[in-house]
Write a protein that binds this ligand. Structure first.
Ligand SMILES: Cc1cc2nc3c(=O)[nH]c(=O)nc-3n(C[C@H](O)[C@H](O)[C@H](O)COP(=O)(O)O)c2cc1C
Length: 317
C-alpha cells in the first residue's frame, strides 16, 4: 500500500516545486515541532510521499523545555507552551540525520536561539552536515521568556538576525519563520528579504490563553501558549497572501492546514509550498493524504504542473 501510493504520486502531473534552488518532489511538508525528527512517523506513513520534513527546533546543546502542563486542546485548535525542548544539534546529526537520508523527503532544520550567537553557532555547525536541504530560522516562538521571539518585535531586529545567520549558513538556503503576533507582517517579510532570506515560512502560532475555572488557574504553567490548528487557518491564509504581495522570495504557508482543500487555498494565495502541523497529532498520515489529494486535484482539473496553481487567485470583475 505504502509503495503503490508513492508510485502513483511519481507518475502523475508534475508536483515538484523549487524553493531557493532546492527541488521538493511536491509542495507538502510537515511543520516543525509537530512531526518529531521525522523518523518517528516512518511506521505511520510513507516518508517518501511528501516533499519535505521540517524538524523540531534545534539548539546547539539539548534543552528540556517548559514544565507541564504545556499543551491544552481548545475549540478547533491547541495551545502549546513546549518551549524549546530538543535533543541538540550534535545528537540530531549523529542519531537522526543518517536515517533521514534514506528518504526522498528533503530535510529542513528549524533552528532556535536565546541570543544571536546561539543561532550563528548552530547554523555554522549544520552547514557541514550532508543531508540538510535548508535551515528555517525560528524567530517567532512565543513560548520562551528570552530568545527568538524578541527578534520579531521590531523589523530591524529581524533584519539583523537574518543577515547574520545568512552569513553563517553559507551554502544552505535560509528560510525565516515569521510570527503572526505583529501589526503588519509585510514589514517583517520585507526586512527579512532585504537581509538575504531565501524564503519565508508564514506563520508560527498565535499567542493565546485558557483558564481552568474550577481551579482558577491557567491551563498552561507558562500561562500563555501558542494557538495552532484549524482555528488559525484564516489568519494564516491572510498573512501568507499579504507576505506574497510584499516580497519576491518564496513563501511557505503554515497554519491550520488539515486537508487538500486547505493546502490548495494557500497555494492559490501564492504559497510555493505548505507545512502541515497540528493535524499530524490526530491524523499522523495527513501529509501523505494531502500530497495524494493534490495529485488527484491536478489530474481531475487537467493541470499538468502544480506551479500553475501557485498565486492563481482570481479577482472579482
Ligand atoms: C507542539 C508544537 C510544537 C511546535 N514547535 C515548533 C518549533 O520548534 N519551531 C517552530 O518554528 N514552530 C513550532 N511550532 C509551530 C508549528 O510549526 C506551526 O507553525 C504552527 O503550529 C501552525 O501550524 P498548524 O496550525 O498546522 O499547527 C510548534 C507547534 C506545536 C503545536
Amino acid at each position: 500500500m505504502k509503495n503503490s501510493t508513492n508510485k502513483e504520486i511519481a507518475k502523475g502531473p508534475n508536483l515538484a516545486v523549487d524553493i531557493a534552488g532546492v527541488r521538493f518532489k511536491n509542495p507538502i511538508l510537515t511543520a516543525s515541532g509537530t512531526f518529531g525528527y521525522g523518523l518517528e512517523f516512518a511506521n505511520l506513513m510513507d516518508l517518501n510521499s511528501i516533499g519535505g520534513i521540517v524538524v523540531k527546533g534545534l539548539s546547539m546543546t539539548p534543552i528540556k523545555g517548559n514544565p507541564p502542563p504545556r499543551v491544552y486542546e481548545t475549540a478547533s485548535g491547541m495551545l502549546n507552551a513546549i518551549g524549546w525542548q530538543n535533543i541538540g544539534a550534535t545528537e540530531f546529526v549523529t542519531k537522526k540525520l543518517p536515517g533521514l537520508r534514506n528518504y526522498e523527503a528533503k530535510i529542513v532544520v528549524n533552528i532556535v536561539g536565546f541570543e544571536l550567537n546561539d543561532y550563528l553557532e548552530v547554523a555554522r555547525f549544520l552547514n557541514d552536515c550532508p543531508g540538510i536541504a535548508a535551515l528555517e530560522l525560528n524567530i517567532s516562538c512565543p513560548n520562551v521568556k528570552k530568545g527568538g521571539y524578541h527578534f520579531n518585535k521590531d523589523p530591524r531586529d529581524a533584519f539583523t538576525v537574518t543577515a547574520e545567520t545568512k552569513k553563517a549558513s553559507r551554502h544552505l538556503p535560509l528560510w525565516v519563520k515569521l510570527s503572526p503576533n505583529v501589526t503588519d507582517i509585510r514589514e517583517f517579510a520585507r526586512a527579512c528579504q532585504d537581509a538575504g532570506a531565501d524564503a519565508l515560512s508564514v506563520i508560527n502560532t498565535l499567542v493565546g490563553m485558557a483558564i481552568d475555572v474550577k481551579k482558577r488557574r491557567p491551563r498552561l504553567r507558562f500561562l500563555t501558549g501558542g494557538l495552532s490548528g484549524p482555528a488559525i487557518k484564516p489568519v494564516a491564509l491572510r498573512m501568507v497572501w499579504e507576505a506574497c504581495q510584499a516580497v519576491r522570495i518564496p513563501v511557505i504557508g503554515v497554519g491550520g492546514i488539515a486537508s487538500t482543500e486547505d493546502a490548495l487555498e494557500f497555494l492559490i494565495a501564492g504559497a510555493r509550498a505548505v507545512q502541515i502541523g497540528t493535524a499530524n497529532f490526530y491524523q499522523p498520515d495527513v501529509s501523505q493524504r494531502v500530497a495524494l489529494g493534490l495529485q488527484e486535484y491536478c489530474r481531475l482539473n487537467h493541470i499538468d504542473d502544480v506551479n500553475e496553481i501557485i498565486g492563481s487567485l482570481q479577482p472579482y470583475e
